[in-house]
Each structure stands twice: as structure tokens, then as C-alpha cells.
Design a protein around this ligand. Structure first.
Ligand SMILES: Cc1cc2nc3c(=O)[nH]c(=O)nc-3n(C[C@H](O)[C@H](O)[C@H](O)COP(=O)(O)O)c2cc1C
Length: 194
């Protein structure tokens, strides 16, 4: 089966550290793997409106919402490329994930069944020297994958403040080389210890 990676870019500036690091990791993917990159800043989603319990909730057919929905359904691997903002994902990424809640309830989409068994990955850049402060972002993505019945490949972390800084983080560049080759087990909530 052809693997199709969807890279969802969530920075509020172009060519930032997170995207640079994600591109280094993506360079290692075999030619046979399809890659699609969507920048949420260039494809802004409307604010999420909670219509989950309204019966007239229908599939979006146009605009950025339809583009993101179709790309997500088509992906075997979804890569959240988000800078660390206030210890978690950026607002662009949060809004994209909020839309998942609507898609989960949209009749005819089978959003959860389609994504179950597929893989969620994360790439993030942060200014803080101690990577442990990114734990809330890692937990957000791990738990979201667990909720969806997805696999979770973990989060590739890099250090940097101004664009380009991450290219001096030798550890991050080295981890990028093998990141997508890692095994991605089925995601589990932290309380699922068996
Ligand atoms: C709104 C905002 C919030 C941020 N919050 C954090 C943070 O909580 N922890 C941290 O280490 N760095 C934080 N930073 C710094 C960014 O993570 C850092 O500059 C990173 O390289 C940005 O990624 P980008 O270059 O891909 O845009 C923040 C930056 C911004 C603009």
C-alpha cells in the first residue's frame, strides 16, 4: 500500500525552525512515499463551530475546510508540524484538531474508522533548552492519537528561537535522519498500562 504523508504546517511564520526540521526528516522518506504539505497560515480554517449535535451537519465541499478534510482522509500518515507555543500546539493546529471533532460527527464521513490504524507524528521547535517543557504538546498528540485509535510515532524535537536556529541543533538533525523510520505503535492513553 502506498504511504501518503500529510504535513500540516502550523507556524505563524514561513520557513521557521519547525518546518526546516520537518523537511530534514521528510528528505529521508523513500521516493515511493507521497508527500503533501499544507500550510495552515496559507489555508486558514474558519473558527470551529460546535455543531456536533445538530442533525444538519454536512460534509464541507469547498474552501480550506474541504481541502484539509480531504487531505486528512487521504493520508496514511498525518504529521503535525507545530512550533511550541505556550507549551502546546499553535492556535492554527489546535483549530485544525478542533475541526476533527466536527468531522467525527459528520454523517457519511466515517472519519474515525478511516483514521484508525493510521499514524500520527509530530515535529516541533522550541526556544527552551530543556525539551521536557514540550511534554504537554507530546501528551496532546499522543492522547489524540489514542482517542482516534491511531498509531503514534512520537514527536521530533528541535531547539531554536529565530528562523534557522534549528539547523545548529546537531542532535535534532541527527534524530531527523531516522525519525520516520521508527516503529509507530498503537497509541495508548497514559492510564492504559497493560
Ligand atoms: C506565541 C509564541 C509562543 C511561544 N511559546 C513558547 C513556549 O511555550 N516554550 C518555548 O520554549 N518557546 C516558545 N516560543 C518560541 C518558539 O517555539 C520558537 O521561536 C520556535 O523556533 C518557533 O518555531 P518556528 O520557527 O517554526 O515558527 C513561542 C513563540 C511564540 C511566537
Amino acid at each position: 500500500m502506498t504511504r501518503r504523508f500529510l504535513f500540516v504546517l502550523g507556524s505563524s511564520r514561513p520557513d521557521g525552525n519547525t518546518e526546516l526540521l520537518a523537511r530534514r526528516a521528510a528528505e529521508q522518506l523513500p521516493e515511493s512515499v507521497e508527500q503533501r504539505w499544507i500550510d495552515l497560515a496559507a489555508h486558514p480554517l474558519p473558527d470551529f463551530e460546535d455543531l456536533r449535535h445538530d442533525s444538519d451537519h454536512v460534509r464541507p465541499t469547498e474552501g480550506n475546510t474541504a481541502v484539509l478534510l480531504d487531505a486528512t482522509l487521504a493520508a496514511t500518515d498525518v504529521v503535525i508540524v507545530s512550533p511550541l507555543y505556550w507549551y502546546s500546539v499553535s492556535a492554527h493546529v489546535k483549530r485544525y484538531l478542533d475541526h476533527w471533532s466536527g468531522w467525527l460527527r459528520t454523517p457519511g464521513l466515517d472519519f474515525k474508522d478511516t483514521l484508525a490504524g493510521r499514524t500520527l507524528w509530530g515535529v516541533t521547535a522550541l526556544a527552551h533548552e530543556e525539551p521536557v517543557v514540550a511534554d504537554p504538546l507530546i501528551g496532546t498528540l499522543n492522547n489524540s492519537a489514542a482517542y482516534m485509535g491511531m498509531r503514534f510515532g512520537g514527536v521530533l524535537l528541535g531547539n531554536g528561537s529565530k528562523p534557522g536556529d534549528v539547523l545548529r541543533d546537531a542532535g535534532a538533525l541527527s534524530r531527523a535522519k531516522t525519525f520516520f523510520a521508527q516503529d509507530a505503535p498503537l497509541a495508548r492513553f497514559p492510564y492504559q498500562t497493560d
